[in-house]
Design a protein around this ligand. Structure first.
Ligand code: UDP
Length: 374
């Protein structure tokens, strides 16, 4: 029987391959890079010995039991709470916005009810149905907090005014009226202690998975396989025939030194005139290790060109029109499915990608057995 072809050995492809293999379905997984794990690739910095998340920090978090059980079969996850700090011209603050941030910013000692009442006085009540990221923030936190923490950062991050962005982009970040400074709400949070690349290599370590890195996809390969699951960029697959979907990419600079360079894993720079968006001290992402030296990565966001790594799908109104034009082509492409952040052109977190791949494997196995997929 022919194998299925999985293009891309990132999280989407590797979890799908593993899950199919455990249902008795063989696959060939190819990746044009010389390593697995795609954009969550991690490797040790030679000079400092620190494990570096090469495409920016990946902090695993989920509330989904199945996803958590799945990843824990392959590695031990070191518990972690992501406590982000934000630097701007007014000071260094706790992110996401919480009672500490509010009290510090306004020089007050409010309790939760007082802080809520105070923030309500700042909210723009004229906005009843926020239509974009700026309106969303003005509605819920008011202009002062919006301009201090969100306006500059969001403009740098996405390259456009928050007025042009969907409100959903900032809904990812909570506002809290207590001292909980955990960036995520998720039930589980942590880092795979062997590193993401090793974690993904373990997903792919199965007799029914034939892994080939350094192998680019060619549509001629489809004929040799029962089905193709493609996790590369959707527009690239179709030769950009309907236009380029826009993405942001990130450039990194590396600073090395002795001891602690920043004192925290994540530091956001929320002023618009500071060129980088964030800095990450990666030894904090391996809290079980000790290192005398340290490495700090600054992130610079810019528009992705075709040859760049695509980090963030922008999903601007013009992109959604282009996406609509690709949809009939997707429908017409027989024996091929599009998966992952790039294949679906969606801003998916790691845990979402894993959940979707696990579900996809279920549907595929059901379909193979003649059952109607849910
Ligand atoms: N954001 C911001 N200021 C911050 C952190 C986030 O304005 O200090 C906005 C920004 O638009 C960002 C969005 O909130 O793109 C989502 O932030 P998140 O930290 O979830 O981004 P990611 O980790 O995916 O880069």
């Amino acid at each position: 029987m022919k194998k299925v072809l999985i293009v891309g050995a990132g999280l989407a492809g590797s979890v799908l391959a593993r899950s199919l293999a455990e249902k008795g379905i063989a696959s060939r997984v190819i990746d044009q890079r010389d390593h697995v794990a795609g954009m969550c690739h991690s490797s040790r910095d030679e000079e400092t010995g620190v494990m570096v998340h090469r495409f920016g920090p990946h902090i695993f978090h989920t509330s989904n039991e199945r996803v958590w059980e799945f990843v824990n079969r392959f590695d031990t996850f070191c518990p972690w709470v992501n406590r982000v700090k934000a630097t701007n011209s007014r000071g260094v603050f706790s992110m996401p916005i919480n009672l500490h941030t509010i009290n510090q910013l306004f020089g007050k000692q409010m309790n939760p009810a007082e802080a809520l009442a105070y923030i309500q006085t700042l909210q723009d009540a004229t906005i009843t149905d926020p239509q974009n990221a700026e309106e969303q923030l003005l509605r819920f936190v008011g202009r002062d907090i919006y301009e201090t923490f969100f306006k500059g950062y969001t403009t740098k991050q996405w390259g456009v005014s928050p007025r042009e962005l969907s409100a959903n982009i900032v809904k990812r970040i909570p506002i809290r009226f207590n001292y909980d400074d955990n960036y995520y709400f998720s039930k589980y949070q942590g880092f795979p202690m062997a590193g993401y690349t090793e974690l993904v290599r373990r997903f792919l370590d199965h007799d029914l998975i034939d892994l080939q890195t350094g192998t680019a996809y060619d549509k001629a390969m489809d004929a040799e396989h029962e089905h193709t699951f493609y996790s590369g960029p959707l527009d690239e697959y179709f030769g950009y025939s309907e236009g380029d979907l826009s993405y942001r990419t990130v450039d990194f600079t590396y600073t090395r030194g002795e001891g602690d360079l920043q004192g925290n894993g994540c530091m956001n720079y929320t002023d618009g005139d500071v060129p980088y968006t964030r800095a990450h001290e990666h030894k904090y992402f391996s809290p079980w290790e000790t290192h005398e030296k340290s490495i700090l990565l600054h992130e610079y966001s810019r528009e992705a060109r075709r040859q760049d790594n695509r980090f963030y799908p922008k999903r601007m109104p013009a992109d959604m029109l282009i996406l609509d034009r690709y949809m009939p082509l997707v429908e017409q492409t027989e024996r091929t499915s599009f998966i992952g952040r790039l294949g679906c052109y969606r801003y998916l977190d790691m845990h979402d990608v894993i959940r979707i791949s696990l579900e996809y494997a279920d549907h595929w196995a059901d379909w193979k057995q003649g059952k109607e997929p849910v």
